[in-house]
Design a protein around this ligand. Structure first.
Ligand code: GLV
Ligand code: MG
Length: 336
């Protein structure tokens, strides 16, 4: 064990967020790796070149009898690779599981300096964030970790959705939040067996009569309400919102549609659980060139961001200037 640093200052609630002190990073896809599988670990050097974030998953989808191997595999994966500009995250087991203490103790002690973000599942309220915040502070101090490890909450219980605003502001360590549609569906008692995406029976309602059949053929987005609520909570707290997993790997069009809805609503990325979803996320969460060109025309037409001008018959003013800046700023980060 290293000597604790005498000058160590835990991150107090209300302290400046380390996230805001770092340059904005592209995190269009958080790519999940099962670290107990050697064949998957062997792909990490290639993955680092093609994804924004590599995440070693220790929670759901890792069998109970492989939890220790997954943790050790993650540590090895962290030690063996230089992640360059790609982020290194882990999804630890949930706070009331028998594995989480060892997950945090071993990982922070052995590779805490390489770890950017801990993804915490099944967050129910700010108390979960306070608990992990203090635990990380203790472990970072003990191991001499120099950069605070950030926390990313999965929003995947009805209780968590109820407390989303308090979760978003619970600690300066908060990096962001992902919607977890599979656990959330179960927690809410929704009648689906899907991991994210729509449902053919959740349609636009229509009265009998002309147009009704056509309208009721359109699905509604099952996740619209939660994504909107999460984006507002995150953006007002200065942290990032993400759509989570899409489980039907045989339907890339539906995956793209779900990711795009989330992007348009304000999310900055989504999870990729399969290599085929990396390209989808990269495409969706980068602004389209035509949109960027139009946004640039708005910025050029209103150099100081005030007033009103017409471009192609569309009114632009201070508010659309800000919209354009969101798109141009993202395009610049993508191009950098
Ligand atoms: C992700 O963890 C989910 O439950 O959807
Ligand atoms: Mg889950």
């Amino acid at each position: 064990m290293k000597t604790p640093r005498a000058f160590y200052q835990p991150l107090a609630i209300g302290a400046p967020s380390p996230l805001r002190e770092q340059p904005v990073r592209l995190e269009r896809m958080i790519h999940f790796v099962p670290p107990h599988v050697e064949k998957m670990r062997a792909k990490v050097p290639d993955l680092i070149r093609s994804v924004d974030v590599v995440l070693g998953n220790l929670e759901d989808a890792i069998p109970a009898d492989a939890k220790t191997d997954a943790r050790r595999g993650f540590i090895k994966m962290a030690q063996d690779n230089d992640f360059g500009s790609a982020g290194l995250w882990t999804r630890i087991n949930c706070l009331n599981s028998p594995w989480v203490l060892d997950d945090l103790m071993e990982i922070v002690t052995e590779v805490g300096d390489k770890l950017d973000v801990v993804m915490l599942p099944k967050v129910e309220g700010p108390w979960d964030i306070h608990y992990i915040d203090q635990l990380l502070a203790q472990l970072e101090a003990r191991a001499g970790v120099s950069k605070p490890i950030l926390v990313h909450a999965i929003l995947e219980t009805a209780e968590g959705v109820k407390n989303v605003e308090a979760i978003a502001t619970a600690s300066p360590r908060m990096h962001g939040m992902s919607l977890g549609p599979a656990d959330l569906a179960a927690s809410r008692g929704m009648k689906t067996t899907r991991v994210g995406g729509g449902h053919p029976d959740y349609t636009v309602l229509a009265d009998a009569g002309e147009g009704a059949a056509a309208r009721s053929a359109f699905q509604q987005d099952l996740w619209h309400y939660t994504v909107a609520k999460m984006v507002d909570a995150c953006m007002s707290a200065g942290i990032k919102a993400f759509y989570g997993p899409f489980g039907d790997f045989s339907d890339p069009a539906a995956c793209e549609a779900q990711f795009r809805n989330a992007f348009l609503m304000g999310c900055v990325g989504a999870w990729s659980l399969h290599p085929s979803q990396i390209g989808i996320a990269k495409r969706v969460f980068s602004p389209e060139p035509a949109e960027v060109s139009f946004a640039l025309r708005i910025l050029e037409a209103m150099p100081d961001g005030t007033g009103a001008v017409m471009i192609d018959g569309k009114m632009q003013d201070d508010a659309t200037w800000k919209q354009a800046k969101v798109i141009v700023d993202l395009a610049r980060i993508v191009a950098a």
